[in-house]
Design a protein around this ligand. Structure first.
Ligand code: NAD
Ligand code: G3P
Length: 336
């Protein structure tokens, strides 16, 4: 039986652990807080992140990383992106030498502008063949309620992607596709959060669906430009980890990033919006690292620029809208 250790008892870590357990794997969740871990292990519920959702009785949980990692074939990482590096450094000594490390995270590291798979390779000192990424339109709450969803499993080694695809394939509930384009899959996941913040801000200001569609479509152009500069496959952005996730996140009231943006658009300050957000809205921090990454590669990302302005630099949502709409006119395929 395949063994998986899942690090992070938040919404997605718990939901993905649930999928793996129901697909017949032996799964142990690692969490920081003893009380929550005990609820999962003993009562088969996660009251903090998935209240009312029954978890599989076979799912184990522990606060001990060594115990979680013993004999693991797959090590699945689902903590906030900016917290991955210090945590992984602690877990690293217990990771089995042949285990595949899997990122569920959708962020870019502040300071280094590294994607999560790059951080994993660096900290765990593993080759790219042993690092995979899972990303797609996967709002955890919907999946936890057993609505169908599809995702993308990316790894430079296609046989590893196929192994991971096989252990998380759970018909008719969860359908994973493989893709060798790790860069594109990760960029799609991280940058859509920034665009969802922009869509949320516009919705919070009372703007309608034309504005949402404009931001989603031009957001996709930004993601594609950055992807092209970083060597991603353009086809990835038309797929589930690109357009698919962008649409789900930008339109869903379940999205933490969209909701965070809506709160700013309604006039909350950054501190108020942070206080109102109980879970991880990755775009709030990653908008800065995405912009820095774009600047390093000389890629124009005007929506990302104004998101950084509104979230971190005191720009008003009205000023952001004015700036975007006053840019010089261009052919639609400009820069692509
Ligand atoms: N929730 C979703 O629908 C969803 C779907 C796909 C991908 N993701 C991505 O998965 C990642 C995890 O998101 P989530 O939704 O599970 O987040 P969450 O906010 O629901 O949970 C985060 C988890 O990380 C833990 N954590 C927080 N700070 C920590 C620290 N300093 N050290 C160790 N653990 C810490 C929390 O206790 C919690 O268990 C994010 O990158 C997110 O973008 C989320
Ligand atoms: O709630 P969000 O905004 O973090 O989005 C969740 C997932 O990434 C959607 O695929």
């Amino acid at each position: 039986m395949t063994k998986a250790a899942v690090f992070g008892t938040g919404s997605w870590g718990t939901t993905f652990a649930m999928i793996l357990a129901e697909a017949g794997n032996e799964v142990t969740l690692w969490g920081r807080r003893a009380e929550l871990v005990e609820s999962i292990d003993r009562d088969h519920v996660n009251p903090d992140y998935l209240p009312g959702v029954p978890l599989p009785a076979s799912l184990r949980a522990t606060t001990d990383p060594e115990r979680a990692l013993a004999g693991a074939d797959f090590v699945v990482l689902a903590v906030p992106s900016q917290r991955l590096r210090p945590n992984l450094a602690v877990w690293r000594p217990y990771i089995p030498s042949e285990a595949v490390l899997v990122s569920l995270m959708k962020g870019i590291e502040l300071g280094t502008t590294k994607r999560m798979s790059e951080v994993i390779r660096e900290v765990a000192e593993v080759p790219e063949e042993r690092v995979a990424v899972v990303s797609g339109p996967n709002l955890a709450k919907e999946i936890a309620q057993r609505q169908p969803a599809a995702t993308v499993v990316a790894c430079a080694d296609e046989s590893v992607a196929e192994r991971l695809q096989a252990i998380c394939h759970l018909p008719p509930w969860f359908r994973p596709y493989t893709n060798p384009d790790v860069v594109g899959v990760e960029l799609g996941g991280a940058v859509k959060n920034v665009i969802a913040l922009a869509v949320g801000v516009s919705a919070g200001m009372g703007m309608g669906d034309n504005v949402s569609a404009m931001l989603i479509t031009r957001g996709l152009a930004e993601i594609s430009r950055l992807g092209a500069a970083l060597g991603a496959d353009a086809h990835t952005f038309a797929g589930l980890a690109g357009m698919g996730d962008l649409v789900a996140t930008c339109v869903s009231p379940l999205s933490r990033n969209r909701t965070f943006g809506e709160n700013l658009g309604r006039g909350m300050t950054l501190a108020e919006a942070v206080a109102a957000t109980k879970q991880t809205a990755e775009g709030v921090k990653s908008c800065e690292s995405v912009l820095e990454l774009a600047r390093k590669h000389d890629v124009e990302m005007p929506i990302t620029e104004v998101v950084v302005g509104v979230v971190h630099d005191g720009m008003s949502p009205a000023e952001a809208g004015m700036l975007l709409m006053s840019r010089s006119p261009k052919p639609e395929r400009y820069g692509l």
